[in-house]
Design a protein around this ligand. Structure first.
Ligand code: GLV
Ligand code: MN
Ligand code: MN
Length: 413
């Protein structure tokens, strides 16, 4: 069949996304569907039910990654793969991750309805714990699958309540039997909201990122000396929170000091015992540094690490630093990026060549197979917040581009 005129069903995609948004839905219109929570389980169950309706061959691996395989004419050929993640940030949005999974599902449904036969098999995937918010780091299960991270290290990662990732996987019934181990993939496409302001600013419908910035994560642990705040004089205090406050500003100043293209953020902090009338004696905070230039990001870290050590020494607050996770910048396959741009053009959608500042499982997939992403605009450039939004028209457009990229790559030998 001539698939050129084939289009996905935008209404069906919308109702699928709306149904998913109810799972973990927040009163302010966002979702909280943390990795391996009860909400994640409910969303996975629904996803698996939808995969079964399409007669896909379902595999759940030992990291809880869910794959649905649609056979091709030649099943010796490696599959074309597409998907993203079902988990969300706390009070996150209704599109981050889930759009890429439901978008790929909508493509599968369209291929199914139209009885399209592809040369290569096509696989849809939900990667476990992309966000890294409950269990750090992010993209952990695609990282294990791609061979970049260790499975048992991943299992041992704990959340803020001391729950282990491996145990939570088993608890929700998604610790599968299949090895979380890469197999040959012909091409990987990840469809996602932009999560930034560029597409809206440039009035473009589709974004074709040339790749993803590097991501470097650090965990800082400070110790101070707790005491009653009233009788304890200001001089001679060892206030762990004050030390952290100075350090946090150093992180914020880092991109300016370094110059070049980079961002640096402290997004998470725990302060103990967290009482207004006790001098804090324990603080944990996180550092996130991103750049297109891995070396630049490493130099920035060395600079700020030295600041941290100086501040800790001056304030008499012992410091422990964990270099938690690094993923290199991911320059995507140029042919596939061009295919995204060409497909957008063929479908009469405007398109922007850009970079992704957000991390995606596509970073790890890019290490093992030709990879590209498809972005659609985020209204107001807002994401990881409850007001995160994308028009239904744009959701439909991105899914059409995804489908045509899948059709083209799955047709070629
Ligand atoms: C993933 O959501 C990220 O931190 O970019
Ligand atoms: Mn995402
Ligand atoms: Mn995210």
């Amino acid at each position: 069949m001539d698939t050129k005129s084939l289009r996905i069903n935008g209404k069906r995609l919308r109702s699928t996304l709306e149904e998913m948004a109810e799972i973990g839905g927040t009163p302010a219109g966002g979702v909280t569907r943390l990795a391996l929570s009860d909400e994640d389980k409910r969303a996975r169950d629904l996803f698996v039910k939808w995969l079964k309706e399409l007669d896909l061959e379902i595999t759940i691996d030992e990291m809880g990654n869910i794959f649905g395989r649609r056979p091709g004419k030649n099943n010796e050929l490696p599959p074309v793969m597409s998907g993203s993640h079902i988990d969300s940030q706390p009070k996150g949005g209704r599109f981050d991750g889930i759009l890429g999974v439901m978008g790929a599902l909508e493509v599968m449904r369209t291929l199914h309805d139209s009885k399209v036969e592809t040369e290569h098999p096509v696989v849809i995937v939900d990667w476990t714990n992309e966000e890294g918010s409950r269990f750090a780091p992010a993209m952990i299960a695609s990282g294990v699958w791609a061979g970049a991270l260790e499975r048992d290290w991943a299992y041992a990662r704990t959340d803020i309540n001391g729950k282990k990732q491996g145990e939570e996987l088993a608890r929700i019934g998604y610790k599968g039997k299949a090895p979380a181990k890469k197999w040959p993939v012909h091409a990987y496409f990840e469809y996602h909201i932009e999560q930034g302001p560029m597409l809206e600013r440039e009035k473009k419908t589709i974004g074709a990122p040339k790749g993803i910035l590097c991501l470097h994560w650090y965990d800082i642990y400070l110790e101070g000396e707790a005491n009653q705040v009233g009788p304890t004089p200001m001089e001679g205090r060892h206030d762990a929170l004050c030390a952290a406050a100075e350090m946090i500003l150093k992180v914020n100043e880092l991109p300016d000091r370094m110059g070049g293209n980079m961002v640096a953020t402290v997004g998470e902090i725990q302060n103990y015992p967290n009482s207004r009338n006790i001098i804090p004696d324990k603080v944990h905070f996180t550092v996130d540094i991103r750049s297109w230039d891995d070396e630049h990001a490493l130099k920035a870290w060395e600079l700020v690490k030295k600041d941290f050590q100086d501040i800790a020494a001056r304030r008499g607050c012992p410091i422990r630093i964990e270099e938690t996770w690094r993923v290199e910048h991911a320059p995507f396959d140029q042919k596939l990026v061009q295919m995204v741009m060409d497909s957008a053009k063929d479908l009469n959608y405007s398109c922007l060549h850009m970079v992704s500042g957000a991390g995606h499982d596509a970073s790890y997939m890019n290490q093992i197979c030709p990879t590209a992403m498809i972005f659609v605009p985020s209204i107001g450039g807002r994401s990881h917040v409850e007001v995160e939004n994308t028009t239904w028209e744009h959701c439909e457009a991105g899914a059409n581009v995804l489908m045509h990229c899948i059709l083209k790559t799955a047709a070629a030998r």
